[in-house]
Design a binder for this molecule. Structure first.
Ligand code: NAD
Ligand code: UFG
Length: 329
């Protein structure tokens, strides 16, 4: 298949491009590099020894998107492009609504016009809010406490309504849990701008000496050791989840959790990182971070049953590959 990957220069998109190319698909990347680097495109070429076509465009730009669909015969699209920082979305709500919602509308309109009938969308476990764990796809969504989460819930709804009105338009909505790690080559990985908000890049930057110490946000949650529990998933498992979701996409709208189904606490992740990589990480316990939920992990039975997909890589591979990427930067 010939696949348009928006946001393909970013963290998850770049790994998905590797998975697609290695499975024999052709890839066209559209990314405005607002949160990524041009070199990543060359790294994808280096890993896969395949060529990729890259357009530095904003996917909100209807004219540019139309040109792209005129130039290529796409079989499908994976739409990763978007802003993703929860905290920033509270301070810049309009930027988040504009970028994340308008891009989804422009791209789905182009797909319908040009009869590109496979649409894979990057959603997030954040749409479950503070439901009971494990989170199941059939649960009612909780209104997100931040604009970022709202953009994901709204984009899901927009795509569902579009598919209802255009029965040939098939959509797979993938709700990611906590992607971490990097490609085993160490050539591509997570490269946040500024001080990381997320746990794993914060840990790797402390390990590297870029940051002094990790702050653990709260140890009084009702969890195994009081620290927050999340479902960490290796980014290459997540990437492979996109490949099967695309290859097995049937008519209609399908929602899948992509996680491991395992909950891991902050201290468990930190200790695994220290053990596997043989590095000491300084940390302190501080107050809870506003807006955090105690526990999040997925019910992964639907993806297993319908897509025959499960995550293969464990915590050890996640911490090893995250460090392997950071230390080579
Ligand atoms: P990322 O920031 O590394 O990648 C997003 C890419 O999209 C970047 O390369 C950026 O330059 C590009 N982009 C943003 N707006 C654009 C626009 N209007 N036009 C063209 N390009 C644009 O983020 P990521 O972690 O790879 O996330 C990819 C997707 O997955 C996002 O939609 C994100 O919301 C979603 N997601 C991420 C996580 C996570 O923890 N990383 C969890 C759940 C969902
Ligand atoms: N944490 C710390 N210290 C830090 C950073 C995080 O203790 O410096 C803790 C958090 O309190 C939480 C856990 O580590 O308990 C994970 O936090 P992250 O910020 O890495 O991830 P979140 O689960 O808060 O959010 C992530 C993405 C969201 C996405 C969500 C669900 O940032 O965009 O996963 O997919 F919506």
């Amino acid at each position: 298949m010939n696949i348009l990957v928006t946001g393909g220069a970013g963290y998850i998109g770049s790994h998905a491009c590797v998975a697609l190319l290695e499975a024999g698909h052709d890839v066209v990347i559209a990314d405005n590099l607002s949160n990524s680097r041009r070199e990543t495109i060359d790294k994808i070429r280096e890993i896969t020894k395949k060529d990729i076509i890259f357009y530095e465009i904003d996917v909100k730009d209807t004219n540019k998107v139309e040109q792209l669909f005129n130039n290529h015969n796409f079989d499908g699209i994976i739409h990763f492009a978007g802003f993703k920082a929860v905290g920033e979305s509270v301070n810049k709500p309009l930027e988040y609504y504009y970028n994340n919602i308008v891009s989804t509308i422009v791209l789905s309109k182009a797909c319908i016009k040009y009869k590109v009938n496979k649409f894979i969308f990057s959603s997030s476990a954040t749409v479950y809010g503070d439901n009971e764990v494990p989170f199941v796809e059939t649960m009612d969504l909780m209104p997100a406490t931040n604009p970022y989460g709202q953009t994901k819930a709204m984009s899901e709804k927009i795509l569902m309504d579009a598919a209802k009105a255009h029965p040939d338009f098939s959509v797979s909505i993938l709700r990611y849990f906590n992607p971490v790690g990097a490609h085993e080559s160490g050539l591509i990985g997570e490269f946040p701008k500024g001080i990381p908000n997320n746990l794993m890049p914060y840990i790797t930057q402390v390990a590297k000496g870029k940051l002094n110490k990790l702050q653990v946000f709260g140890n009084d949650y009702p969890t195994i050791d009081g620290t927050g529990v999340r479902d960490y998933i290796h980014v290459m498992d997540l990437a492979e989840g996109h490949l099967v979701a695309l290859e097995k996409l049937r008519p209609g709208v399908h929602v899948y959790n992509l996680g491991t189904g395992q909950g891991t606490s902050v201290l468990q992740l930190l200790n695994t990182f220290m053990e596997v990589n043989d590095i000491d990480i300084a940390y302190e316990i501080v107050a809870r971070r506003p807006g955090d939920i105690p526990i999040s992990y997925a019910d992964v039975s639907k993806a297993k049953k319908e897509l025959a997909w499960t995550a293969k890589r464990g915590l050890k591979e996640m911490v090893r590959d995250a460090w392997n990427f950071e230390k080579n930067l």
